[in-house]
Design a protein around this ligand. Structure first.
Ligand SMILES: Cc1cc2nc3c(=O)[nH]c(=O)nc-3n(C[C@H](O)[C@H](O)[C@H](O)COP(=O)(O)OP(=O)(O)OC[C@H]3O[C@@H](n4cnc5c(N)ncnc54)[C@H](O)[C@@H]3O)c2cc1C
Ligand code: HEM
Length: 396
């Protein structure tokens, strides 16, 4: 139980965390991944190297320390963490490991003079309070997923029913349960977790579901990353008939029910959740939809054919605009524009009243540009939603 005095101590450490939070979490990961091999497979090594995961954790710890009087102020951050944890199957028994490593990192980075026993005790109590909140919220999601029709708990075996090349670098995998049973519904925009063994090492990754829910199968669409452990394994080693282990769908970047026009903007493989959103919106509503997609060139442009079909079938309410950064090589369809994303172009394509719901995803600089452009158009932040294919970062 966190006492008032401990709460004050935690709040007093906010300035220290503001300047040293990332050094602390970087040290924390070094200790944890070095000394606790059982949690290593849960973490993506590339995110450690890039520093995005230590930054995301430092940001969460800082937000928590700032808002310790009003935990509800964590709002969307808590739900984002819970969803990410659920899709990677983080379990209650993992929390004491993180707690022990965090306290050790506080002690070692801040030094004995600052990290006194009272500070460590306060942080131990504060960590436990946050851990209890997350464990409780995660248990509720795990229980709901297990109880839902077609749902399950933990990993479940799926067969690759079809493997489809969508472009020179994106390939889709259509997945059905090995036992042929139904699959739990998901909200368009959500993702699954994959657990694999590659080169003798267990690894976990998230992939957005790229087709609307249908009760019987899931589709993921994976971009081959240069030297990427899981994506190259999926592209090169996994074929039709092979079995993959899936964790059930999670994620809070989901299409809200609304009558407003819908704007979906994507760069590269960021198209995947927006495809599921588009397919669902076309099936379930009469909303006007503007779908803008940026690809490097025609060769890497995925899903052009199905988008052409949908644009023809729903000509009264769907507009698709594709932009290629490079004019060559030529492809089967002419893009609406060639070059870098431009604000005036978007301004001309998006619904003129600006009273719409926007969802966007792509590389970080691309998302920063879209966020700024929508802001300049007067779109309120709560109607301009995005997520990262990795730990959440600050966007400008
Ligand atoms: C919510 C969510 C949804 C996602 N949806 C999709 C999706 O729909 N489609 C999709 O394709 N991806 C998606 N991703 C990304 C996906 O989870 C993987 O991160 C992606 O496939 C790369 O994984 P990998 O194992 O192939 O590459 P990794 O091995 O993780 O490497 C990624 C990149 O980092 C580089 N790298 C790795 N280790 C190091 C190192 N030590 N030093 C320097 N560089 C290094 C690699 O060369 C590679 O280019 C999603 C991610 C999230 C979080
Ligand atoms: C109070 C405790 C914890 C906090 C505050 C916390 C916070 C976070 C945050 C902020 C993220 C990034 C979310 C995102 O933006 O996508 C994250 C992701 C993650 N967390 Fe936690 N977490 C906690 C406990 C744990 C535990 C106990 C484990 C397991 C050992 C764990 C494993 C992970 C993993 C594997 C990811 C994804 C990492 C990646 O993408 O590389 N977390 N967590």
């Amino acid at each position: 139980m966190l006492t008032d005095a401990q709460r004050d101590i935690v709040k007093a450490t906010v300035p220290l965390l503001e300047t040293g939070g990332e050094a602390l979490t970087t040290h924390f990961y070094r200790v944890m991944l070095g000394e606790y091999p059982q949690v290593r497979p849960l973490f993506n090594q590339a995110h450690q190297t890039a520093g995005t995961q230590p930054r995301a954790l430092a940001n969460a710890v800082l937000m928590y320390a700032r808002h310790i009087d009003r935990l509800e102020a964590l709002g969307p951050l808590a739900s984002q963490i819970v969803n990410k944890h659920v899709a990677l199957q983080i379990l209650p028994e993992h929390y004491p490991i993180v707690g022990a490593c965090l306290l050790r990192a506080i002690r070692e980075v801040l030094g004995a003079e600052v990290a006194t026993d009272a500070v460590i005790d306060a942080w131990a109590a504060a960590y436990q309070q946050l851990a209890d909140i997350l464990i409780g919220a995660e248990a509720a999601v795990y229980d709901a997923l297990a109880a839902a029709p077609g749902g399950w708990r933990g990993g479940r075996a799926f067969t690759v029913a079809r493997k489809v090349r969508e472009s020179s670098e994106i390939t889709s995998f259509h997945l059905v349960r090995v036992d042929g049973g139904p699959v739990v519904d998901f909200k368009p925009g959500q993702y699954i977790g994959l657990k694999l063994v590659v080169g003798g090492q267990e690894v976990r990754r998230n992939y957005s579901l790229s087709a609307a829910p249908n009760g019987a199968s899931y589709r993921i669409s994976v971009k081959r990353e240069p030297e990427g452990v899981v994506s190259t394994h999926l592209h090169d080693q996994v074929g039709e008939g092979d079995v993959l282990e899936l964790f059930p769908p999670a994620g809070d970047f989901t299409l809200d029910a609304s009558l407003r026009p819908l704007v979906l903007i994507s760069g590269g493989v960021g198209i995947t959740p927006t495809l599921a959103m588009l397919e669902s919106a076309l099936a379930d509503s009469q909303r006007e939809v503007v779908f803008v997609h940026y690809a490097r060139n025609a060769e890497v442009h995925a899903f052009g054919g199905v988008l052409d079909d949908w644009a023809r079938q729903h000509a009264d309410r769907l507009r698709v605009h594709t932009v290629y950064e490079q004019p060559a090589p030529a492809g089967p369809r002419a893009p609406a524009a060639i070059g870098r994303p431009a604000a005036d172009q978007l301004a001309a394509w998006l619904p003129p009243g600006r009273d719409f719901d926007a969802y966007f995803l792509g590389p970080k600089p691309f998302m920063a540009f879209i966020k700024r452009t929508l802001q300049d158009m007067g779109v309120p932040p709560e109607r301009a939603r995005y997520e990262f294919f990795g730990p959440a970062e600050q966007l400008g």
